[in-house]
Design a protein around this ligand. Structure first.
Ligand SMILES: [Cu+2]
Length: 465
């Protein structure tokens, strides 16, 4: 590998000539075909037809890049290019990505594989690819200016390295990095263990977390946003556009998560606890693993956790920062809890004629009604379950555990059919007033001026202070 690498990196921009040197074949076959994916639908796991055995991953709303074997090398072709990504039905974003989508396709290989990854730049500016967390020769690390010349628009570079260490990794540009990542350029890289039996699971899901700032009604992310993002995505999708994680009862399941947002995400799963088995640095020794229901994924980190899907149901799975399970429009909405809507409407409509005050009894009404919205905008709180509005958005999905799901079946099995007597229900008896010292807070006279609207009372509050 060392001498061929020297040939490849011998001259800036001469990588294609290098490829010819090694292969000695016609140009037509020098570069593997760049497979393009136009659909945001989850593609079935790609079982290896050649090379060593592994349990392939499933990329939420994504796909695995096919490779070809050539003279002992696994060859891939990534194309950095402008793409259109459906964030959820009803909203598309104009991103930069790889091979037709953002994030780019997942790259899968096995510990010990020799990888040759061709990267063609079809962006209007230069780029590179950094293989985040992967141990490789320094000159393959993809840091523009530091370890390689930038890949200019129209050029193709070649990265070559041996997959030395199994685990979950990511790839992203290390060139105009803030802009290119704000535009959606990233992907997952999974190196499977050399021993196909080591840590093998029945289902292995992977996604990267990314945040975007897209104004309601627009299509292109604001690339200079540093912290105040308004779309919190898994594989550049938000709820209800994120695939459910479909599991057969009793399956051993792994979920691999990479974080390329600018903040941490406490990832929480309802139902069976899980154990983080792999971090950025490698597999966690068994004695160091702790059972959890929430694990924090720091910025720039990868975590893989495992659980046994031993309880059927529709188990919520989400980031526990509650503003990360909402879509855009949340920031400008003021708090109206306790405000008299009629008074507020009259006052504000003098300035904004079609103003509609909301949220005087909480924001749940937003989950139920269809508000007029700009084109290409998702409701802040949305999604319907079998019992009503779910009032979610952003980083939210559902782990769907069912009996009798076939091995490679990832189709949404629909709503969970709860056994009789196992769903929370309304109490129909007589409810006594809670025992407390003194009158309830809503009827307490205070010096502060405010109107309280009691639940169920329409119009002006009865108590005017
Ligand atoms: Cu979060």
């Amino acid at each position: 590998m060392d001498h061929s690498r020297r040939e490849f990196m011998g001259g800036a921009g001469l990588v294609l000539a290098g490829a010819t040197l090694v292969a000695g074949r016609g140009m037509a076959s020098e570069i593997p075909e760049a497979v393009i994916q136009e659909s945001p639908a989850m593609q079935p796991p790609l079982y290896p037809k050649t090379g060593r055995d592994y349990q392939p991953v499933v990329t939420l709303n994504g796909w695995t890049l096919p490779f070809r074997m050539k003279d002992g090398w696994k060859e891939f072709h990534l194309v950095a290019e402008p793409v259109v990504r459906e964030i959820a039905p009803g909203m598309k974003a104009h991103f930069w990505g790889y091979n037709g989508q953002s994030p780019g396709p997942t790259i899968e290989c096995v510990e010990g594989d020799k990888l040759r990854i061709f990267v063609t730049n079809k962006l209007p500016e230069h780029t590179t690819i950094h293989w985040h967390g992967v141990m490789l020769p320094n000159g393959m690390d993809g840091v523009g200016g530091l370890t390689q010349p930038h890949i200019k628009p129209g050029k193709t570079f070649v990265y070559e390295f041996e997959a030395r260490r199994s685990g979950t990794f990511m790839y992203h540009p290390h060139a105009d990095e803030m802009v290119q990542m704000a535009m959606g350029m990233m992907g997952s890289l999974v190196i499977h263990p050399a021993d196909p039996k080591f840590m093998r699971v029945d289902r292995d899901f992977v996604f990267v977390m990314a945040s975007y700032d897209i104004d309601p009604g627009s299509y292109v992310p604001k690339v200079m946003t540093m912290t105040d993002f308004n779309l919190w995505t898994w594989n550049s999708r938000v709820f209800p556009g994120i695939d459910p994680l479909v599991c057969g009862l009793g399956d051993r399941v792994r979920v691999r998560i990479g974080n390329l947002t600018m903040t941490n995400h406490p990832i929480h799963k309802h139902g069976a606890p899980f154990t983080v088995t792999c971090t950025d640095g490698g597999w966690v020794p068994e004695t160091a693993r702790i059972p959890e229901v929430t694990t924090d994924v720091p910025v720039g980190a990868m975590r893989a956790f495992e659980f046994i899907a031993d309880e059927p149901g529709d188990w919520a799975f989400h980031c526990h920062k509650s503003h990360h399970t909402m879509n855009a429009m949340g920031h400008e909405v003021k708090t109206f809890i306790g405000v008299n809507k009629d008074t507020a409407r009259k006052v504000i409509r003098r300035l904004v004629p079609d103003y509609m005050p909301m949220g005087s009894a909480g924001m749940a009404e937003m989950g139920e009604m269809e508000m007029p919205m700009p084109d290409n905008t998702l409701p802040m709180m949305t999604g319907f379950g079998q019992f009503g509005p779910m009032e979610m958005g952003g980083m939210f999905s559902v782990v769907k555990v069912r009996e009798g799901i076939k091995r490679d079946d990832y189709k949404d099995p629909g709503d969970y059919k709860h056994p009789a007597g196992t769903v929370a229900y309304e109490f129909k008896g007589i409810v006594t007033e809670p025992a407390r010292k003194g009158p309830p807070p809503s009827s307490t006279k205070t010096k502060m001026e405010f109107n309280v609207i009691k639940p169920g009372s329409n119009g002006p509050a009865k108590h005017q202070h």
